[in-house]
Design a protein around this ligand. Structure first.
Ligand SMILES: [Zn+2]
Ligand SMILES: [Zn+2]
Ligand SMILES: [Zn+2]
Length: 306
């Protein structure tokens, strides 16, 4: 079969099972590993009314957030940011990463979103960035090409390049901060970068000509490559949450269910490659793990694909 090519950022395994959500989960280690931007766009365009309502509410919230910033009210700013992220994920539940699979993780995740937004919001360096982005946005010119409003190329790519650079900078600072350590497990940095890009892409795609779209998708890492893939050996099994049928490739530790968007553990134990003792499979099987008995580091999945 021909499928879009995704390689797990954590364990190196290819995506082998079909998927229906914009977020790609690894079939071997269960981690959140990539984004299918076209499926994300489908969810965005599913209901025009919903999306227009969302945009109106977002503008209203952003005005309040801006006002809190101007007053220097960090607490209010933080709480409004939390409202915004909560509203976003309630409006578009398909955009909540499946790695955030319980109420506790969701609560922690919103805290991180709001706290980091507040940190950036009140830092003069990021404020300057924000001002510059707005300037670039305001200097864009539009024209009608007969199919609708399009944005003039040069100005748009100036904005896009600036946005990408600024977001990369922000990501680096964010992932280096030990306060947000949990995020390495929930959303790998590369994937998080793509989430941010995807929000930006969604807004701008309708204003781009075909040629500009192609260039833009390449820049943001969303050009898709199709590859031939043989379904690897494996067996069918049952999702431990919703009982739907899942395909479990040989060597997999955690398989993602496309019906309920939860992971099923398919191996509870592994044998240490050095002393042969049985060890418990860790929550994130892509991470190297020391044998409980002899201390030797084991890599559970890399040896299949490395
Ligand atoms: Zn993986
Ligand atoms: Zn399920
Ligand atoms: Zn051992």
């Amino acid at each position: 079969m021909k499928i879009k090519k995704f390689t797990c950022v954590n364990c190196g395994a290819p995506k082998v099972n079909e998927y229906k959500s914009p977020y790609i989960m690894c079939d071997y280690c269960g981690s959140f590993t990539d984004i299918d931007y076209t499926l994300g766009l489908d969810k965005w365009n599913e209901s025009t009314v919903k999306t227009l309502n969302y945009q109106a509410t977002k503008i209203a919230l952003m005005n309040k957030i801006q006002a809190a910033l101007q007053r220097g009210d960090k607490e209010q700013y933080f709480s409004l940011q939390k409202d915004f992220w909560d509203y976003y994920y309630r409006t578009f539940p398909a955009y909540l990463p499946p790695s955030i699979d319980d109420g506790y993780k969701y609560r922690d995740y919103l805290e991180v979103c709001a706290e980091s937004s507040a940190e950036y919001g009140f830092d003069p360096k990021w404020q300057e960035y924000g001002v510059k982005q707005q300037q670039l946005q305001h200097s864009l010119t539009y024209y009608n090409d007969g199919t609708g409003n399009k944005v003039e190329s040069t100005g748009f790519f100036r904005l896009a390049e600036f946005f990408i650079g600024m977001t990369k900078d922000g990501m680096r600072v964010f992932y280096e901060n030990p306060k947000y350590a949990i995020m390495h497990d929930l959303i790998p940095e590369q994937v998080h970068m793509k989430m941010k890009m995807s929000m930006f892409v969604q807004v701008w795609i309708p204003y781009l000509t075909d040629a500009d779209q192609e260039r833009f998708l390449k820049m943001t890492g969303f050009s898709m490559q199709y590859v031939d893939i043989e379904r690897p050996a494996g067996r069918t099994g049952e999702c431990e949450h919703c009982k739907a049928e899942i395909y479990i490739p040989e060597g997999s530790y955690k398989v993602h269910c496309e019906s309920c968007h939860k992971n099923t553990k398919v191996q509870q134990q592994f044998k240490c490659m050095s002393c042969g003792a049985d060890n418990k499979v860790p929550e994130f099987p892509a991470k190297p793990i020391d044998c409980e008995f002899c201390g030797v580091e084991n890599r559970l999945i890399q040896r299949l694909f490395g």
